[in-house]
Design a protein around this ligand. Structure first.
Ligand SMILES: [Zn+2]
Ligand SMILES: [Zn+2]
Length: 348
């Protein structure tokens, strides 16, 4: 067997090269990669691997962390996973020993090794990867590799609504209808939120939000979302705001749109230090919640998809072959009005 890997070798330049098959530990499984979703973070690193200014990165880098494939081989310590299984890869592998790992919040492990994230030890954009058997999830009959790959961003949405405790009948505002905003939307819908108001500056994204179950959409380039939310809720505001735009201005809108005693979950990653009106937040006694990836969420996300309560793969609007990875990234970056999310399909 021969491996091939897509290397980011310079800003906005990805080259595919023949590589060695990955080394396997006794707890690892060898996976023939079938689908990899291109995430906003991949696009950020494609342009500048040091984006955010807090990272060090040296080329070459392998991108891709939303991944599913078929197990080819298993290490002798692997239980429950067998060759031939179609699996979703949970990209973050924590140390397993620290206080966070032991308390179940392994997303906070300081030593987590996450695919295609600093320090960029490994990425999914290759024909074969080795990954710990404990961090792959066998997909049941009826789920495809694309379903499996999309469990990654969907898990963020599920984790976000668990953290913010979205309940049956709630009113939720989601600022930002990119992939993560739409994943939050599907999670809210599945959780029984009664009213889901989604804002974005792109009409194509709002159209998709509507298709996926948003009760109301607001184009925030034409109308301040907070104003619309207050109008729709008779001045009361929303029970929850899920901020998924990752831009500084969204925090003001979130604070104005949340009701007294409600909460704001910051899901989008905003790298810019942002002013925030703490006095207004105190007056409303609203909670500010943060969301960092997810822990113990894949099984919940998977059951939600199997039950037909959410279909995360519906955000994928463009499919590219592995050989077209450069185009897939360029198009994702330059055609935001057309491409909601792209994914890479590997042929046999
Ligand atoms: Zn992602
Ligand atoms: Zn740990």
């Amino acid at each position: 067997m021969k491996n091939q890997t897509a290397f980011l070798t310079a800003p906005k330049k990805i080259e595919i090269d023949d590589t060695k098959m990955p080394a396997m530990g006794i707890g690892d499984v060898l996976i023939e990669v079938k689908q990899v979703g291109i995430c906003g973070s991949d696009l950020g690193f494609f342009v500048d691997p040091t984006s955010g200014g807090r990272r060090e990165a040296a080329y070459p880098i392998v991108l891709g962390h939303e991944c599913a494939g078929v197990v080819i081989e298993t290490g002798k310590a692997v239980q429950d996973i067998r060759p031939g299984d179609l699996v979703a890869v949970e990209p973050g592998v924590p140390c397993g020993h620290c206080e966070y790992c032991r308390s179940g919040r392994y997303n906070l492990c300081p030593d987590v090794d996450f695919l295609a994230a600093p320090p960029f030890r490994k990425g999914a954009l290759q024909r074969y990867i080795a990954h710990p058997g404990d961090f792959v999830h066998k997909l049941p009959e009826g789920m495809t590799a694309l379903d499996g790959a999309m469990l990654e961003p969907f898990s963020i949405g599920v984790h976000a609504i668990k953290r913010s405790r979205v309940m049956l009948g709630d009113t939720v505002v989601i600022t930002g209808a990119g992939c993560i905003g739409l994943m939050c939307l599907m999670a809210c819908k599945a959780a029984g939120a009664a009213r889901i108001i989604v804002s974005d500056i792109y009409d194509n994204r709002l159209k998709m939000a509507k298709e996926l179950g948003a009760t109301d959409v607001v184009n925030s380039s034409r109308m301040p979302v907070e104003k619309e939310v207050l109008r729709m809720t008779d001045g009361r505001g929303a029970d929850h705001v899920l901020e998924a735009a990752g831009v500084p201005a969204a925090m003001d809108a979130a604070l104005a749109a949340v009701k007294r005693g409600g909460n704001i979950a910051v899901v989008g990653l905003n790298h810019t230090p942002t002013p925030f009106d703490f006095y207004e937040a105190a007056r409303k006694e609203c909670d500010l919640i943060h969301v960092w990836r997810y822990a113990n969420i894949y099984p919940i996300a998977m059951k939600t998809v199997i039950a037909g309560k959410a279909d995360p793969k519906s955000v994928v609007t463009s499919m590219f072959r592995f050989e077209e990875v450069q185009t897939a990234f360029e198009d994702s970056l330059n055609k935001k009005q057309e491409i909601m999310k792209a994914a890479i399909a590997f042929d046999k």
